[in-house]
Ligand binder design. Sequence first.
Ligand SMILES: [Zn+2]
Length: 430
Amino acid sequence: MSEVKLDDIVSLAKRRGFIYQGSDVYGGLSGTWDYGPLGVALKRNIMQLWWKMFVEDRDDMYGVDAAILMNQKVWQASGHVDTFTDPLVECSNCHGRFRADKLADSNKCPTCGKEGTFGEAKQFNMMFKTNVGPVDDESSISYLRPETAQGIFTNYKNIVDSFYPDMPFGIAQQGKAFRNEISPRDFVFRSREFEQMEIEYFVREDNWEESFEHWRQQWHAYFAALGLPAESIHELEVPAEDRAHYSKRTMDFEFDYPIGKEELAGLAYRTNFDLSNIERVAKKSMEYIVKGTNDRFVPHVIEPTIGVERAIMAVLSNSYREDEQNGEKRIYLALPEHLAPVKYCVSPLLKNKPELVEKAREVYAALKAKYGAVMWDDNGNIGKRYRRQDEIGTPHCVVIDFQTLEDGTVTVRDRDTTEQRRVGVEELGP
Ligand SMILES: [Zn+2]
């Protein structure tokens, strides 16, 4: 388990504009979270890194962005309508509702403390149901998608017809997914609305083990790129009785979070379950035909999947640090530079000296043109500015002082070591 406390992360995330409770001004909405300016930047950097590694840098991957609302047949065929459920119990004394398999004591209500007040567990479907169009009947039912994967399977045929990729190939998607969790908890770890990054990698049945191994290694490469130490990642071979109904092999990648060792990402061999379901229900062939041959088959799939919020929580808790500087406690985020929401902060030493401000604005504009993610900060004294930037994980703080006006050098202060050095403006860069 990590030594960082979840409360410290939640408090910093709110204080510095990363993540807020959803609908906070109205008392909040349980299981929803809003991202502030720095949270959006961090989230996008994490998502973009994944997209670059697994889509842009490869020649066997195709990106899609499918609609969140889908034909209800998708969820009937996939088994979600019947089986995407959690066991729900209700206390007959206080009417509190709980997930039966997550109770500390299966016979005692955690709210009112009464024993023996739970009846039989009911199966509660976690999909958010809605109606599409003005008619509220069975035919108009739709759901907010509980996973992005189905938007990939429903586009498999489109991709094959448009691009005719060689086997194996993959389709990738990032986007929102929704689950009506009975008890959302642990900050963004288990929320009702979240973001997924999923790949369906289509293979010949005979080759599934090879591709499984390939993606197992790719996962470790991605975790390393997120700056997560290898010793904090644990592979868990999921036993058959705990696997999703469609999977023949599943590996979870767990991370040492402040809340304990919990799932960060998954890797599943989904067989040809989903494409076969489409064939059965939609009555359309999902066969892949090898170019110039009569070799045809319904591909099997390997599915690497990750919840973006879990990656964010891993990155934040891994980079959260406390130390002492000049006898004062300091909090900083040791984020890898490529993930940091702000790469450089630029300040004039004194904000009431027009010549310093003018020069600082010049440096700020130049750096901003080069890196984009550059912040201007002239509030309070330099010490306060450094503390603010440390807490949001800005790797470099640049200060323009009187010597800058004489010799064109600036002070650059390093977030992790707090060391300062003088460099020429033109030398600034990663
Ligand atoms: Zn109760």
